[in-house]
Design a protein around this ligand. Structure first.
Ligand SMILES: Nc1ncnc2c1ncn2[C@@H]1O[C@H](COP(=O)(O)OP(=O)(O)O)[C@@H](O)[C@H]1O
Ligand SMILES: [Mg+2]
Length: 215
């Protein structure tokens, strides 16, 4: 096999090395863009493996797909693929998909649920607006989508003050998604949290699965 760039603490400055060598308990890395945070996080993950941590016990979450891809690529440059095979390096959303695919039936969906993308949402909301609005009514679909998302995240329905039409669209949107066994991006996060809160055996499963979590 081609030799991977070996793990080398001398490629790190003192602060980075301190974070990398800290294996157990929380570490917070606060630094500006381009200052070496990702290098530190990746070196820390590689160090965990070198110290005998099992790759399946490690979870590294990112906010964006781009960051997750970059992390996977850079980890791949440092260690052989099979050593990190079971390390989960993914976004918050894909972690939630994984959690929901195994147990979403406990909260009334089927496990083969569809994920509604932003453009699926636009299509559905536009259809609902034209179906529900009276001749003299109009509602911008982007505004509707953002109001629906905002109220979903707050856990309350769109306020009546926002107008009757949006309230109607919101109800119809959520009903239609449920009927289609579909979830949108907000649902991924909200439903995963709901599942973990409501079912302690699922919560225990995931909290035992990951012993080392990096964000
Ligand atoms: N201690 C270091 N010595 C030399 N180069 C470094 C060091 N730490 C990071 N780098 C390099 O600096 C660049 C930015 O690092 P990166 O970890 O991506 O930063 P951040 O995640 O904070 O934006 C990368 O090319 C990385 O390899
Ligand atoms: Mg970075």
């Amino acid at each position: 096999m081609k030799n991977k760039k070996t793990f080398n603490l001398s490629l790190l400055n003192a602060a980075q090395r301190e974070a990398v060598e800290h294996l157990y308990g929380p570490v917070l890395i606060l630094a500006g863009a381009g200052t070496g945070k990702t290098r530190t996080v990746i070196s820390r993950l590689v160090n965990m493996l070198r110290q005998g941590v099992c790759s399946s016990e490690i979870l590294a979450v990112t906010f964006t797909n781009k960051a997750a891809i970059e992390m996977r690529e850079r980890i791949g440059q440092m260690i052989p693929k099979d050593e990190a095979k079971e390390m989960m390096v993914c976004t918050f959303h894909s972690l939630c998909v994984r959690i929901l695919r195994s147990d979403i039936e406990k909260i009334g969906y089927k496990n083969n649920f569809t994920i509604y993308t932003a453009s699926d949402q636009v299509g559905l909301v536009r259809k609902l607006i034209s179906r529900h609005s009276a001749k003299d009514e109009s509602l911008d679909h982007n505004l509707a989508i953002s109001l629906i998302g905002r109220s979903k995240n707050k856990g309350i329905s769109v306020s009546d003050k926002e107008g009757a039409l949006i309230g109607e669209i919101e109800k119809a949107y959520n009903n239609e998604l449920k009927l289609l066994n579909a979830v949108d991006f907000d649902d991924l996060l909200i439903l995963a949290v709901k599942l973990l809160k409501e079912d302690s055996s699922i919560k225990n499963f995931w909290s035992e699965r990951f012993k080392f979590i990096t964000v």
